[in-house]
Design a binder for this molecule. Structure first.
Ligand code: PLP
Length: 452
């Protein structure tokens, strides 16, 4: 494909496609990359230029692009059943997937309810919680608590429990009010304080809110261990234990949004496992299909499921999406879980994470880096740049990284890496070296006032 054809796809896309999470005018200066194919950790554009996918294509891809095992499973499934409605029907992939996921929680959670995108899973968990309390004669429990800096998706219900001003402010009048309580972000630790101390302060704020609104709160929704979209804010697992016990004490549901942090991303298959607790609802999406197809789901406890089980149809959970439990998406998820089992992925990831941390050491020690942090297969650090430069840092870093065959997309001043789990030693070394090179180049340009 020649240069003309490549720019043709870009021009046609800019004319016909409204790209997500994008001020379209920025594409007057920021490149739009027409991807032709992917292989392993790499994406290739239509000119044959390649990019190391350092953010797993928006945190979804676990085992590489065009993974032979997932491809084979999908090809097999294609010849059997591409889709069937899940109301009144069922099929092998959805049953096997639901059983496997429940087994991964030791049977504590189950009754998988499916949708396609992460935001839909958030909506489902909020609706289920609210409806459960109503079915249980506690209809006054209608309010939700979320954390400062939380992100749970961008549909109206999910946005109501999202605290990222950039995403929610324009729609404020449409959103139900949620209670926003302190984040346990470990970066807030004062001198002499540990991450667990910050977790305890944040839990005290949560308790204050639960006390104040006693009997009115349906659920608290959290992103366990890492609040990703706000800029990879990490916290101590102690917070999860404290939330669990406050929820038990005040009869409030605990919703764990593991859409970004589940599927091994933080070290254990479910992030909550690191704290030795189970929530009342867990939301999964993104990595569950290996990054192949839109699939999300909510798992809950048997007591909650039983609260809907009744002869009265209105007590049932009458929520649906056309593609609920899509067989292809479920089959991709089964193939993904098989890779976890067969390749002992969680153990291998620990070794890989140690190598990646080593490759990033020069950045961890860089004088213009603060808050270098890591949790499982997520790394993040904050650039020390002044506020005037901060606004262009992210876009400039993104563009410069692309020039160096690397896909990274900082959030504000926070550079983060969330690579697929299949990087080899050479790719790990490249990731470390290129990130450092790009960081130095961008800081140099900002210092010299080079325009973006
Ligand atoms: C924690 C969390 N919840 C929900 C979502 C929304 O998922 P989706 O974009 O698939 O709707 C995201 C997406 O980044 C997320 O990180």
């Amino acid at each position: 494909m020649n240069q003309n054809q490549q720019s043709d796809w870009v021009a046609r896309s800019l004319k016909s496609v409204w790209h997500p999470c994008t001020q379209m005018q920025h594409h007057e200066t920021v490149p739009l990359i027409p991807v032709s194919h992917g292989r392993g950790a790499w994406l290739f554009d239509t000119e044959g230029k390649r990019y190391l996918d350092g953010i797993s294509s928006w945190w979804v891809n676990l085992f590489g692009h065009a993974n032979p095992r997932i491809n084979a499973a999908l090809k097999d499934q294609l010849d059997k059943l591409e889709h069937a409605m899940l109301a009144g029907f069922t099929h092998e992939p959805v049953v096997r997937l639901s059983e496997k996921l429940s087994a991964l929680t030791g049977g504590v959670l189950g009754h998988c309810f499916y949708a396609s995108d992460g935001a839909s899973a958030t909506e489902i968990s909020l609706k289920m919680s609210f409806h459960f309390w109503r079915n249980s004669g506690q209809a006054e429990k209608q309010e939700f608590i979320c954390l400062k800096g939380s992100y749970h998706g961008e549909t109206i219900g999910a946005l109501a429990v999202t605290d990222v001003a950039l995403f929610r402010d324009a729609y404020g009048p449409l959103l139900n009010k949620a209670h926003v309580v302190a984040s346990p972000d470990a970066r807030q630790a004062l001198a002499g304080e540990s991450a667990a101390d910050v977790a305890r302060h944040a839990a005290a704020d949560l308790e204050r809110c639960m006390q104040e609104r006693a009997g009115k709160i349906a659920a608290v929704i959290i992103e366990p261990l890492v609040q990703c979209a706000t800029g990879m804010a990490m916290h101590d697992p102690e917070y999860l234990r404290l939330v669990r016990s406050l929820c038990d004490q005040y009869q409030v549901h605990m919703i764990a949004d593991e859409i970004a942090v589940g599927c091994g991303r933080t070290g254990t298959f479910f992030a909550c496992e690191s704290a030795g607790i189970w929530p009342d609802f867990v939301c999964l999406s993104k990595g569950i299909s290996g990054g192949y197809l839109p699939l999300s789901l909510v798992m809950t406890r048997d007591e909650i499921y039983q609260g809907f089980y009744h002869s009265d149809v209105r007590r049932g959970f009458l929520h649906s999406h056309s593609y609920t439990g899509n067989p292809l998406a479920c089959r991709a998820a089964l193939a993904t879980l098989e890779i976890f089992e067969n390749d002992d992925v969680l153990v291998q990831n620990r070794l890989k994470a140690a190598s990646i941390s080593k490759a990033l050491q020069p950045l961890a020690q860089h004088e213009k880096v603060e808050n270098f942090r890591q949790q499982g297969m997520i790394w993040a650090f904050d650039a020390v740049v002044d506020d005037a430069a901060a606004s262009s840092f992210s876009r400039r870093f993104f563009s410069t990284a692309l020039e160096h065959e690397l896909l990274l997309r900082p959030i504000g001043k926070t550079v983060y890496l969330m690579p697929p789990y299949i990087l080899n030693d050479k790719e790990i070394a490249d990731l470390g070296n290129t990130t450092l090179k790009v960081f130095n180049q961008v800081l140099g340009e900002l210092a010299n006032g080079v325009s973006a």
